[in-house]
Design a protein around this ligand. Structure first.
Ligand code: IPE
Ligand code: IPE
Ligand code: MG
Length: 248
């Protein structure tokens, strides 16, 4: 894959953990555990390919409606994953990933305080890393993100800093959790569902979408290769009448 056709940003909806477990007669939690392993595998592979920005959808603002036992198990997995990553300092230094968490991560929000503290710690520890930006979407919803950007602009207008009629697309982008990053060129959703489920709604305006029936815990580097090959063959036009290949 040459650099011309490598996406600058890939978004991945890590879906299908529950079905993966159910197919094996295991509790759904086992699917989430296997999902964490798939995350580590694919993140490493994509970073080594040289993809500059990766965004993984881990938990949506809507996922809280699941049974408390499942939500609790997922939160425990976050804790475990954060602990084990914190312990692997030398490995982290070598990987040079800048980890960022996106979503509603307010202190008085739904994410437990101890997890928030660990997320912040991870962000601080990796803040100077420059190889790959890894965004992890936790308590994330695209509509809520746009609402929050709009609230920020409304506040600035009320304060007289901005004028409603002069607002630009850039003003909205500046208020998103991905501000300053390129938009996703490619969004991958495994598990057979053909929808975005509130993932990067604003940012995906011109993203290429790639769907697969593979369940996330089974997602392997070869599947990412398939997605990248499909992406490299896409004609991206951005509204023009000229066919343009992949990355602008
Ligand atoms: C994705 O897998 C993980 C989360 C949404 C937290 P699911 O748990 O949605 O798995 P399926 O879709 O039920 O198979
Ligand atoms: C999307 O998967 C959210 C994550 C993968 C974190 P869901 O399983 O929640 O999506 P729906 O409910 O099938 O649309
Ligand atoms: Mg699902």
């Amino acid at each position: 894959m040459n650099h011309q056709t490598l996406p600058r940003h890939i978004g991945i909806i890590m879906d299908g953990n529950g079905r993966w477990a159910q197919q094996r007669g295991l509790p759904r939690t086992e699917g989430h555990k296997a999902g964490v392993e798939a995350f580590e595998r694919i993140c490493e592979y994509a970073a080594d390919l040289g993809v500059p920005v990766l965004t993984f959808y881990a938990f949506s603002t809507e996922n809280w409606v699941r049974p408390p036992q499942e939500v609790g198990a997922i939160m425990d997995l976050f804790r475990r994953q954060l602990n084990s990553t914190e312990r692997r300092q030398a490995e982290n230094e070598q990987k040079r990933w800048r980890i960022r968490y996106i979503g509603d991560l307010r202190e008085d929000g739904a994410v437990p305080a101890d997890i928030l503290a660990r997320l912040r710690n991870m962000e601080t520890q990796s803040a100077d890393k420059d190889k790959t930006v890894v965004n992890i979407a936790v308590n994330y919803g695209g509509q809520q993100e746009i609402l929050s950007a709009a609230q920020r602009l409304a506040r600035l207008c009320c304060e007289g800093v901005l004028v409603p009629e002069e607002l630009t697309l850039q003003n909205i982008e500046d208020g998103l959790t991905t501000a300053g990053q390129p938009p996703p060129d490619l969004i991958i959703r495994p598990s057979g569902e053909l929808r975005l489920s509130n993932f990067l709604l604003w940012q995906s305006a011109y993203a290429e979408l790639w769907f697969s029936n593979i369940l996330w815990p089974d997602f392997a580097p070869a599947h990412l290769d398939q997605a990248l090959a499909a992406y490299a063959r896409r004609n991206r036009r951005f509204g023009s009448s000229n066919a343009r290949q992949a990355t602008p």
